[in-house]
Design a binder for this molecule. Sequence first.
Ligand SMILES: C[S@@+](CC[C@H](N)C(=O)[O-])C[C@H]1O[C@@H](n2cnc3c(N)ncnc32)[C@H](O)[C@@H]1O
Length: 344
Amino acid sequence: MPTMLDRVAYAAGQTARVGWFLAHYAAGRRQLKPLPRPDFPVGPFPDRQELLRDMRQLFAREWDDIAAGLFPPPPVLDPDPVAWMRRSALYFRDLPRVDERRHARINDEPNNDPAHAHLPRYYRQNFHYQSGGWLTDQSAEVYDIQVETLFTGAADVMRRRTLKPIAAFLRDRDQRQVRLLDIGTGTGRLPGFIHHAFPGLQVTGLDLSQPYLEHARRTIGASKRLKWIEGAAEALPFADASVDLVTSSFLFHELPRKVRAAVVAEMARVLKPGGRAIISDSALETDRPEWKGLFDLFPYYFHEPYFADWVTSDPDTLFTTCGLTPVATEVAFLSRVMVFERPA
Ligand SMILES: C[S@@+](CC[C@H](N)C(=O)[O-])C[C@H]1O[C@@H](n2cnc3c(N)ncnc32)[C@H](O)[C@@H]1O
């Protein structure tokens, strides 16, 4: 069970993280040139206090689960401070180029590189207007800092809300017999947290991006119980009914509707009967109607071609159509965690 000292260390660590990324957010905003006002109707916004309050509640919820013994306090993944300083410098150096793309609405640079012709067309874009799309070492290096800055230090804790349903699944099981696949794993932060919390699990992270997988291997590590493979979520290189848990974080809002459906069908195919899909992604508009303005503006400021379709979609119907039964949903700050089961 965690001690009082653990609690203090948790609070201090998370506060320092949020402070570091808030500082990046504020400094970054000053560098960006304003975009013209949107010419479409924009819904209501939370104010800063409301956002911070909601974020604090999320950390409090995580601490309650840690105190209840569901999983240990989070590790500092990738703790090399020199690497983070270097990434911070890279982030600010790259920001003007991201801003140029935002203003010129340039979003298909990866598509113009013949080296990427084998990848799906929808994938070859500058998502978030980021340099290199998902496809360069530099993009892999700055991705985490970009995402955490966007969420002012709450991206990791949102990803970690998947640990609670994983703990529930493992309650009466020997974790060494459980196989977990994380799809669209990116730089591997979710598998990193899962591996730390449940070190007996057999965890595999899958992604289409070689540079992101290489970054995961280097920074999160690789072992018999933590593997990384290249592959498409809509054509999983796994046998039918061979996986106990499939997870993903922040993948679904990056997929066109048809691909999203194909990915869910693949999840259902590879899950064993009784296995579960645990998805963390952007909250839906219906989860946060009072924050609709954020959902309206996000795809305007960042290149997010499929975001609006995701936040107005009905995941329960999509997963049910593919044979998976809804088990639980938790709205966590700007995200939602959904649990679905393949009936036994
Ligand atoms: C927004 S990032 C999320 C990464 C990570 N899960 C996280 O929590 O930050 C989306 C990731 O999904 C990957 N991706 C997108 N489409 C994919 C597909 N069809 N198959 C496999 N990976 C895909 C991208 O390469 C990228 O690493």
